[in-house]
Write a protein that binds this ligand. Structure first.
Ligand code: NZQ
Ligand code: ZN
Length: 384
């Protein structure tokens, strides 16, 4: 186990009706800006509950933050917040709205080019406080300090991380997810699954608590995935999904562990180039990456196969079947595992992703920092 330091300052309020807690949590003299997306919050009760909770507060709203939040849109929110002297952000939505809120919170007080915040190319000195109301369990963004922002004009989808943008409060009400389309539930399950995998499935590292925590999250997702797809109003299934997705990227799974994240790096380029949903890219890349890196990952794949899938046999056999089971599970969740399923030509995707990775200086990916753009090209060709 490697050395690590851990601190997560986010206060989590979990359960039905918890939006009401915002009345007390947000200072009464705060000048609030509520951020949201395309309007789903008006159909699942979140907006109404928020209106009630903030009825004694000074608040304004900014809507239209799109999936894979766009820099241009967010800069309009930054301008609005500056003009209206907002000093507290409430984000209501999925990972895109919450990631967007983190950028807005950092950009409002920032002097200088806000684009440089993304990619951690400039220092930020402060950020507005954020309360996140989660409506789509997937990214863990509601209680972590990462944000992924897109800029279509320059074909960039880049992240930034800064402890200053940790949400101060996260409201996790599973009943707000009842309105999610099955496509987004499938996406959420797979995204949470792959977050756990990125921090777990590398090489043996004697971090037994973290390994078993990861395996527990994976088993939970395998158990509840089909139930929550089939039964949209099953509160217990949604509650377990919401908590599993939160914990997958809360910070603890990966403590002291080698981490991979190559699937995400390739996936972000696929989203930027072809507009695929974030989780859909992961379902395509992960099985192909595992087959390509089979030797380096065999020991951990075998551990995963035995403990998570209950497989038996030699390391090699168990590892192979673990990949097959994972692929079949993604498909069961409604996500295809090939590029051709989305009518994308593998050679074109491979060439363009490799070029983007070079342009973004992502030349050494993976837990051993030895996965080159050439390797990523080869992986995508096998994901045809
Ligand atoms: O815009 P609205 O109308 O709200 O609709 C959204 C959106 O169209 C809809 N939705 C959300 N909650 C709903 C709902 N529809 C009905 N009922 C509800 N309760 O779902 C659609 C997708 O929302 P989005 O926020 O884009 O999805 P997700 O949560 O999967 O977030 C994806 C973004 O997060 C980034 C991704 O790259 C992508 O940009 N990630 C952020 C991470 C982080 N901050 O740690 C890590 C992840 O790996 C990921 O990269
Ligand atoms: Zn993800």
């Amino acid at each position: 186990m490697h050395a690590f330091s851990f601190h997560n300052p986010c206060q989590i309020e979990f359960g039905q009706g918890q939006i009401a807690k915002l009345t007390q949590l947000i200072p009464i003299n705060a000048r609030v800006l509520v951020l949201y997306g395309g309007g789903s919050i008006k159909r699942n009760g979140a907006y109404e509950q928020l209106q009630t909770a903030l009825s004694g507060h000074d608040w304004l709203e900014f809507s239209g933050i799109e999936p894979n939040p766009e820099y241009e849109t967010l800069m309009k929110a930054v301008e609005y917040a500056r003009v209206e002297q907002r000093n507290f952000i409430v984000a209501v939505g999925g990972g895109s709205v919450i990631d967007g809120a983190k950028f807005v919170a950092a950009a409002v007080p920032h002097e200088g080019d806000c684009w440089l915040i993304i990619g951690n190319r400039t220092q930020i000195k402060s950020a507005l406080p954020i309360a996140a109301v989660l409506t789509l369990p997937a990214t863990g963004s509601e209680s972590n300090f990462a944000s992924v922002i897109s800029r279509r004009e320059t074909q960039d989808k880049l992240s930034f991380k800064n402890p200053l943008v940790f949400p101060k409060y996260a409201i996790l009400d599973p009943s707000l997810t009842f309105s999610l389309p099955t496509r987004q539930i499938g996406n959420g399950v797979v995204d949470a699954f792959v977050h756990t995998i990125e921090q777990y499935l590398t090489y043996p590292n004697e971090a037994r608590v973290q390994d078993r925590f990861a395996e527990g999250i994976l088993q939970t997702l395998i158990e509840i995935g089909p139930i929550t797809l089939a039964e949209p109003n099953n509160y217990d299934a949604r509650a377990n999904l919401m908590w599993a997705a939160n914990q997958a990227l809360y910070g603890m799974v990966g403590l002291g562990q080698p981490q991979d994240w190559a699937t995400h790096a390739i996936g972000h380029e696929l989203t930027m180039l072809f507009g695929l949903d974030h989780a859909r890219t992961l379902a395509i890349v992960l099985p192909a990456l595992w087959r390509y890196r089979f030797a380096a990952k065999q020991a951990k794949l075998a551990q995963y196969g035995r403990r998570v899938w209950g497989l038996t046999g030699s390391d090699n056999t168990v590892a192979q079947h673990a990949i097959d089971n994972t692929s079949a599970y993604f498909q069961q969740m409604g996500l295809a595992t090939t590029l051709s399923a989305y009518a994308i030509d593998a050679q074109t995707a491979a060439d363009n992703v490799a070029a983007q990775l070079i342009r973004h200086n992502r030349l050494k990916l993976g837990e051993n920092q030895d996965l080159s753009p050439e390797d990523c090209r080869a992986i995508l060709i096998t994901a045809a």
